[in-house]
Design a protein around this ligand. Structure first.
Ligand code: SF4
Ligand code: SF4
Length: 440
């Protein structure tokens, strides 16, 4: 197969480029959100790059010869037959940029490819600058734990928190471009490819820094040590619903760009349904159609406000880590006898949802010597099949540590079984590479 050295491809758009006919590759939500494409009928209303397409192209054959936002959609080859002088502008998310370029460079001349944001080719990470997550006193960009912003705490004025996060990430990206040592150095999530110089935020995670954070579990493996601190009312001045509202109302003034086609606000750590302002939080999120709510819950409590959200908000989703397939192992991992109740609640939530195939993601975190056995794995698979929900795998291994061969084999077994059942599964993004590194 023909391969292209991606480092030789220049994706950045010059002013002259913008005068040429432009074929937009990717007729989907990203294009719609970034180019304000309502049925423009060829008028082309465009983001800050001030460009407009002559047509769209897409890989998906079902879209060929349809009309998208007023523009005809072709295969990329056909689009270039109609417009031989055109450049192909990639209208896709940053996180898939490298794979899209790789795919297209085997079909069209790589000199024709462009991206409407400034890019660099080199080491980078899809989480960097796209994630804002609060954890205890700190801001982290990811659950990578390697990336804690040392310059700011949650007790700073809120404008400073948001700006510091943005500036810090931009400074790290500059160092990645020049190859200097930086806060992400050594992280296994760094990968070579195309990355944007100024990424947009698409994940806003609220952790355990908020008034009333609590949990009804006492998992021996709970990694959220900050939970105990927050029980001392250390964060009493910060109310989760006010924090996200302030961010939403002020992000434009602060110059923070958001990916409106995919903006997830997650609430996690502790049992969020116990937060005193949980309902206010959901009311605010549900009033913004751009926001997709993600609840990280142990699902031991059936929350009416969350059930209503599932019923009315097509983008709502919950991630529930059960990490077991038997009552005994669940008790070992979670410290409580509550497995059956959790499963009942999941069935109830699913029956309420307007988007039942999407609303639940079930998580299995592998722990060495605890749940790395066929009893639990098969029990978990049975639950996933019954719920017909998506599945996420994870491990408590991070950095350059390796998972055991037993875990790797069970992970592959689970993946195959789920594939056979046509159930979507994926490793947790922050731990994906851990599954590539098994012990000898
Ligand atoms: S996952 Fe690693 S490379 Fe990516 S932002 Fe976090 S610390 Fe940096
Ligand atoms: S449910 Fe989550 S937050 Fe609560 S103790 Fe367990 S791991 Fe920690």
């Amino acid at each position: 197969m023909k391969t292209t050295d991606l480092s030789t491809i220049n994706l950045n758009m010059s002013d002259d480029d913008k005068k040429r006919p432009l074929v937009f590759y990717g007729a989907g939500n990203w294009a719609k959100a970034h180019f304000s494409l309502v049925d423009a009928g060829g008028a082309g209303i465009v983001c800050d790059t001030n460009i407009a397409p002559v047509c769209f192209a897409d890989k998906d054959e079902r879209k060929h010869n349809t009309v998208f936002c007023g523009y005809k959609v072709y295969s990329v080859k056909e689009a270039l037959t109609h417009y031989p002088n055109a450049l192909v502008v990639l209208t896709c998310g940053f996180e898939i940029l490298t794979s899209v370029v790789q795919y297209l460079s085997e079909i069209v001349s790589p000199e024709l490819l462009r991206y409407p944001y400034e890019t660099y080719y080199g080491m980078g990470c899809q989480h960097l600058g796209t994630n804002f997550t609060t954890l205890g006193d700190n801001l982290v960009c990811c659950s990578g734990k390697g990336f804690i912003n040392p310059n700011i705490t949650m007790f700073a004025p809120w404008d400073e928190i948001f700006l510091e996060h943005k500036n810090f990430c931009e400074a790290v990206i500059k160092k990645l471009i020049t190859g200097d040592l930086n806060a992400c150095s050594g992280c296994p999530e760094l990968n070579k490819g195309f990355h944007v110089v100024k990424p947009e935020l698409h994940y806003f995670g609220l952790g355990s820094n908020f008034r009333g954070t609590n949990c009804n579990y006492l998992c021996p493996k709970c990694s959220h040590l900050c939970l105990n601190e927050s029980k001392n009312n250390k964060y009493d001045q910060i109310v989760a619903s006010e924090f996200i509202k302030y961010f939403w109302d002020n992000h434009k003034r602060l110059g923070i760009k958001i990916n409106y086609s995919r903006f997830v606000v997650s609430i996690a750590i502790g049992e969020p349904t116990l937060l005193p302002d949980f309902k206010n939080f959901l009311d605010f999120i549900n009033s913004k159609e751009e926001i997709a709510p993600l609840l990280l819950s142990n699902a031991s409590i059936y929350s009416e406000p969350w059930a209503e959200t599932l019923q009315n908000n097509v983008k709502s989703e919950m991630l529930v880590d059960i990490s077991a397939g038997t009552v005994e192992t669940y008790k070992k991992i979670k410290g409580v006898v509550c497995f059956d109740k959790v499963l009942d609640n999941l069935v109830r939530y699913k029956s309420m949802s307007i988007n039942p195939d999407y609303c639940i993601r079930l998580k299995y975190t592998f722990y060495d010597g605890i749940n790395d056995n066929f009893d639990d794995v098969n029990g978990f698979l049975k639950i996933a099949k019954k719920l017909k929900c998506r599945v996420e795998f994870s491990t408590d291994v991070f950095g350059d540590k390796k998972i055991t061969n037993t875990i790797r084999e069970l992970f592959m077994y689970m993946e195959n079984e789920l594939k056979r059942e046509k159930i979507q599964s994926n490793p947790n993004v922050c731990y994906a590479r851990a599954f590539d590194r098994a012990e000898e």
